[in-house]
Design a protein around this ligand. Structure first.
Ligand code: G4P
Length: 504
């Protein structure tokens, strides 16, 4: 047994967020390379035979050749044990991506320096920033011609509403990239790919740096810790330039796991003797032969040991944790030693649901619920085979409980409407209904809607129009699905006293 009361302090649990193609996978790969986990780059998402093909779990992922669901990687660097929670970078990302961000203590945001802030970067940033956790920024692809650095930093601050504090500054880019200037140690870190040193490029950057020193933000550790300021790095993941510097600086400031709030007054500290954690994601059918599911648990306190008995907060059920896995970068291993900050995977036969709290000891521990996210895409759904209503309802209820999609019902009557953050959730839902519940479903897409919740006392049947559809969520709370911003504004004018709320 290790001393878990000390051990958790060297855990760093984070996610890399980015718009697709900004370089998240390449950066992850180079982190693993420096962590000694892989020996050469190009092996993480090999797009062919890959070492981490084990993260291509579901058949649908294989069909589409993309990573649908978040995976977890663990490796050691500089005396720290690092857990990277991967968030799918595809356009069709889903609520899983958002929920994964509830299990991290900090984040690195990767931005393509030729493109700047892209839509998905912004969405993911907004979710992370609501948690007031540190966010580091990496402007990637400096080996290519990019936008002027001042432009990029300015856009970052304006679009995302966060202070930026450059830690290094590019000296040229693309063909004329000389290196980056390390602002904290006042030195030039040369780019190995530079043939001849170009004094004029250097001088120009030095002028920018003078400006930056006069007018830029000052490095403020407190602001960084609360997510008010983001340290900014420039580099190239592919050329492995500026990557070690980013990693090392990041590890210096990345926070260790902290206490987590329960539904009572109580906060659970990582060094608490009780083993506690919460399920942030459930992944089914990792092995099609076994129909197994894995519940991903973020440990909040105590220490995991093989065979411990935990209680499920939702129903008081007691379960012995015998079949548990950890996610080392090269293979899925049986857990040796897991403490606060670590992610473990529990093989599940249907006991867990997303958001479940688990704990040892007699006193009930229930963590604050995971937030619900506002779905943006909607579709009516019906069973193809009316004779199979039972498996249809069972499937829908279970998949909704897992958080695969969100379920709504027409205000009167039984019509099912499902909502999602990304289109892919519908496909996963349809696929799993067919494969796991033997129920073919048919969609009647409703397209994009703006969902807003309202107080049940404010509900008036006349609010239900073709442009504002009144529905109930799965808890029975009223929601209006607006056609577009215009119909939302129209509603606000007509019912100025009705408060409309969005979820996270
Ligand atoms: P993602 O996970 O954020 O979606 O991005 P990923 O790392 O897969 O990178 C997207 C593309 O950008 C890849 O090229 C990758 O090689 C390239 N890339 C990443 N970092 C850099 C960089 O620092 N400089 C340059 N020049 N390119 C970079 P691809 O052609 O789409 O894929 P591949 O076939 O090369 O793997």
């Amino acid at each position: 047994m290790t001393n878990f009361k000390e051990e958790f302090k060297n855990r760093v649990t984070f996610a890399i967020i980015s718009h697709p193609d900004a370089g998240k996978t390449t950066l992850t790969e180079h982190f693993l390379l420096h962590g000694g986990v892989i020996r050469q780059a190009g092996t993480v998402k090999g797009r062919g035979s890959s070492r981490l093909a084990s993260s291509d779990w579901m058949a649908i992922e294989k069909q589409r050749g993309i990573s649908v669901t978040s995976s977890v990687l663990q490796f050691n660097y500089g005396g720290k044990r690092i857990n990277i929670l991967d968030t799918p970078g595809h356009e069709d990302f889903s609520e899983d991506t958002y929920r994964t961000l509830m299990a991290v203590d900090s984040a690195i945001m990767v931005i393509d320096s030729a493109k700047g802030i892209e839509p998905q970067t912004k969405k993911l940033f907004q979710i992370v920033s609501k948690r007031h956790i540190p966010i580091f920024t990496f402007f990637n692809k400096l080996d290519r011609d990019g936008r002027p650095p001042f432009d990029l930093v300015d856009e970052l601050e304006k679009t995302l509403g966060i202070e930026a504090c450059p830690i290094n500054w590019p000296v040229g880019s693309g063909q004329i990239l000389q290196g980056v200037y390390d602002l904290q140690n006042d030195r030039l870190v040369k780019y190995a790919g530079t043939k001849d040193f170009d004094q004029s490029v250097f001088d120009e950057s030095m002028e920018e740096i003078e400006l930056l020193k006069d007018a830029g933000n000052h490095f403020d550790e407190e602001k960084i810790k609360s997510g008010k300021q983001t340290p900014v790095f420039f580099g190239s993941a592919l050329a492995d330039f500026g990557v070690v510097e980013l990693l090392e600086d990041y590890l210096k400031y990345a926070p260790a796991p902290s206490a987590k709030q329960t539904v009572n007054e109580e906060k659970i500290e990582p060094q608490d003797d009780r083993f506690t954690g919460f399920v942030f994601k459930i992944q089914a059918n990792m092995n099609p032969n076994h129909r197994d599911r894995i519940a991903f648990v973020r440990i909040v306190s105590g220490q995991f040991s093989h065979g411990i008995e935990v209680t499920l907060a939702s129903n008081g059920k007691k379960i012995k944790l015998n079949n548990v896995t950890q996610f080392l970068a090269d293979e899925r291993e049986q857990v040796q030693n897991a403490v606060a900050g670590d992610i473990i995977g529990l093989y599940d036969t249907g006991n867990f649901q997303v958001g479940e709290s688990i704990y040892t000891g007699k006193k009930r521990v229930e963590f604050e619920p995971l937030p619900t996210f506002t779905p943006e895409l909607f579709s009516r759904v019906v069973a193809k085979d009316v004779m199979k209503q039972k498996s249809y309802h069972k499937g829908i209820n279970q998949l909704v409980q897992e958080g695969t999609v969100q379920l709504f019902q027409s205000f009167h009557g039984q019509e099912y409407i499902i909502g999602a953050v990304g289109q892919l959730q519908f496909e996963v839902f349809q696929f799993r209904m067919a494969n796991e519940y033997n129920s073919q479903v048919v969609f009647e897409p409703m397209g994009k809607k703006i969902a807003r919740w309202l107080d049940p006392n404010d509900v008036d049947e006349s609010m239900n129009t073709s442009r504002s559809i009144l529905v109930r969520d799965r808890f029975g709370d009223p929601v209006i699905l607006f056609e577009n911003q215009f119909s939302l504004n129209w509603f606000k004018d007509k019912y100025p006293k009705v408060a409309l709320q969005r979820k996270m």
